[in-house]
Design a protein around this ligand. Sequence first.
Ligand code: FAD
Length: 270
Amino acid sequence: MIPVEFEYEVAESVEHGVELLGSRGDAKVLAGGHSLLPLMRLRVARPGLLVDLGRLDELRYVREADGGIAIGALTRHHDLVQDGLLRRSCPVLAHAASLVGDPQVRHRGTIGGSVAHGDPASDLPTVLLALDAELSARGPDGERTIPAAEFFRGVFETALEPEEVLAEIRVPAATGTYVKFNRRAQDWATVGVAVARTNGAVHVGLTSMGPTPLRATAVETALAGGAAPEEAAEQADEGTSPPSDTNGSADFRRHLARVLVRRALETTAV
Ligand code: FAD
């Protein structure tokens, strides 16, 4: 299908992008375009103005910051996979990025787009939730920081205001892993599990187990109380509401969550 007619502007800076977003009520950011453009072609999304951030190299970086790592929102999945600092200090995020889609998607798609899109089947938001990441947004009133735990509100719904640009994602140094189950290589996750160990605590995130990425809090509590990984993993689906769709039933997803959490915990030697 062909999208409905829209206008197109290139943002020269983040501030210019914010200004353009505020210029009309139906403007949307364009980053890698790998989630937005398919929705526009299906006419599910009908923005009247696309604000292209794609040329803002100032939002493409991975660097040390306050003992953790700061990542520019326009950093592409492929660059996360390749980045030496991220691979050393937060390998769980670099590894998860390597499992996103196919090489074409990873060369165009951005971490900011993946987060701002709010798709509960996306891989990186789950990892950021497990890492207790901080998301920095810039809008007409300046900059604000949103904890990952407060960012994801529902299916395709986030805490970002329409006039805000997601600028930076900050994560702590952490060990851990991301395990993804899909029926065919390059498919979206039927279920995904992130395990992150940071400052002595073990955090567990779940993909495709509800309308947003979720924390497996029952598992985390059991581990903190001294439970063995296989025992804690039995509670992986507690408090979740997985969908039933062509990739699997809700019951299958609950089963997968328990199996994948156990595997991820064993891999991370928790
Ligand atoms: P865009 O499509 O440009 O934007 C997505 C949304 O976010 C839009 O609403 C846009 O307005 C908003 N947005 C983007 N950047 C910002 C910003 N900085 N500030 C504010 N709002 C912003 N993802 C996975 O996690 N796992 C997969 O296995 C996977 N497989 C895929 C397979 C295919 C064939 C395709 C096409 C995509 C797949 N994706 C997958 C999605 C991919 O990761 C996308 O790149 C990503 O979800 C969106 O990033 P983008 O830069 O392309 O964003």
